[in-house]
Each structure stands twice: as structure tokens, then as C-alpha cells.
Design a protein around this ligand. Sequence first.
Ligand code: AR6
Ligand code: MG
Length: 329
Amino acid sequence: MNNTLPLKDKFVGALVGTHAGDALGMPVEGFSIDKIRGSFRKIEGFINSRLGIGTYTDDTQMTIGVAESLIDSRDFDGEDMSWRFIRNFEITRGYGPGTIQTLIRIRKGTGWDNASKAVFPEGSYGNGSSKRIAPIGLLYGENTAVLIEQARKASIITHSHPLSINGAQLQAFAIAKALRLDPSENVETNRQSFLTDLTDFSNSLANPYPERMDIICDFLNGNPSEEEIITKLGNNEVSVNSVPTALYCSLRHLDDFREGVLMAVNLGGDTDTIGAMTGAILGASNGINSIPAEWLDNLENGEKGRDYIIALAKRLFELYNEKLTNESI
Ligand code: AR6
Ligand code: MG
């Protein structure tokens, strides 16, 4: 991979970027855009929240579980990954109801690849698998066919609806491509190549993903209002109404982690998750040093906090290098 930025910094950027975007959006999760404007005018940085400033939600907690499982199993292992989710689970982090019910079923003995269909017969179409997919995008980005299959398996533990599987695949693909962008290149060149890759990939997915990519193309050629972004791309907890929104925020501010993530959380709605997904993409493209220092200082740093996440990202990078050397990815 030809890149002036060390790849390790980009791995760390993607996982810490997830934490930063999640923590930034967490205090205003579920707020309408009018409520955000009325309360803060505009969110410019970290604000206090129910679990304290810089704390993360289920998005980062499950991302940690995905990374831990990949590292310790040295590959995808659905049984192991689902038990990581169960062991890491803290209800106060704010999990989606379908995910909670699915994890309870797995704990009681239902197989990891069956449990989610017992909650919603056609599977959940929530964004709960897209938000945690960054480690899959980092580890398996060398081979798109492998990435597609690993993202599918990582999704179905809790989210087996085709639109959730596709959302997780699209987000994983975006992270893999963002990792391969060289931020020292001209930003317009990078944006065009990233947009082309995402558009081509989305054409292999179910509608409305290809339609959403067309809207994103139009938006990038203009200057849509926040209301227009929310109306046409969405800002809620459904995959199709949040993954494309995170892609748009990332493409719009491709060389600016801070502005991209602030754009995501100021739209309101599922702010922690859209913030986390945007943070993962922009951290993967621009690296850990693109995250504002005062934000890094504010991230929770207990047992599985910021420093633990940094160490996990470095171990995932080592695994990636080993697999590359052994040609097993
Ligand atoms: N049929 C009907 N409603 C559905 C279906 C379906 N097949 N799938 C999803 N919903 P869930 P998540 C609705 O519970 O995706 C947290 O804050 C239903 O109302 O699987 O893990 C996370 O951080 C369901 O409860 O949760 C995310 O931001 C909801 O969509 C967010 O919540 C979400 O699906 C979603 O997490
Ligand atoms: Mg959340």
C-alpha cells in the first residue's frame, strides 16, 4: 500500500475515531435538529453526558468486542465474537432492544448464526452491525470478496436483515478504502476516487443503497441544507437511514476529522452512531493525529477506555501484517 501516513496510525485512527464520534454524539442521541439548535446553537466539541464527558456507548463497546475477537481468534469466529459481546455488555451504554434480546438468546444457548432471526423474523434492519464493523474493514480490506463475507458473518450475529448486512458491508468497504487513501494527495482527487469506489460497490447492494449514493453525488456537487440531508439520507437508527449519511459527512469533509464528525452529530437523531461511523472512516483516512488533541484528552480512559482501544488497534495492525506476510488475507 502506497501511503505517506503510517498504516498503524490509520488503524488507531479508525478505532479511536469510532470512540470520539460516539462520545461526541452521545449526549444528544435522539435529539431533533431543532432541539440541538435550541439547546446548543451548534455542537462544537465535547459536552457532558449521562455517563460523563467523553464516554462511549454500545457502538464502541461492540467495536471493542469485534476487535478483541478477531485478535484472539486470529480470524472471524462467530461463537467467540458473540460471547465477547455478552461479556462486555453494560446496559447503561444504551443498546438497541433487538440486540439485547439476541444476546440474551445466545447466552441461553441459541447458536450465534440463528439467534437474531428469533427476535425479528426477517432480521433486524437497525444500524447495530454497521456501527461496530470498523475492525472487519481494517483487517480484511485487501480482498473485497473476503471483506464482503466477513462483514456478512459479523453482522448476522445480531442483524440478519439484508439491508443491515448490506449496510455493514458498505461501511466496512468504506473503511477499507479510506485506509488506502493517502491524505497528502489532493483532497479533490481523493474524494473523486473514494466516491467512485463507493458508488461502484453500492451498485452490488440492494436498493436503496445505490439510490442513496446517487443522492450523495448530487449533494457533493451542491450545498444541501441540514434539513435536506436529513430528509433525503436520514438520521435514524435504521441502516439505510444512517450508513449513507455517515458516508456523506465523511466525503464532504474528507480531510478534516473534526468538521466531518461535527457535521454528523449536528444533524440530530442517532447522533452517537452516525458520529461513530463517520469517525471510523475519517480516522482510517487521516490517522490518529487528525483527531483534535483536546478531544483525545477527554475520551474515557478506564479499563477498556482510550488507551486500551489504542492498544487493540495496534494489535489488529500486527495481525493484519502477519496475515499479509502469510498471504492468508
Ligand atoms: N421489523 C420491525 N422493526 C425493526 C426491524 C424489523 N425487522 N428491524 C429493526 N427494527 P435494533 P440496533 C426497528 O433493536 O440496530 C442504539 O443506540 C425496531 O424498532 O436491532 O442494535 C445503537 O447504538 C428496533 O428496535 O437495535 C444504535 O444507534 C430498531 O429498529 C441504535 O440503538 C433498532 O434495531 C440501534 O441499535
Ligand atoms: Mg448507540
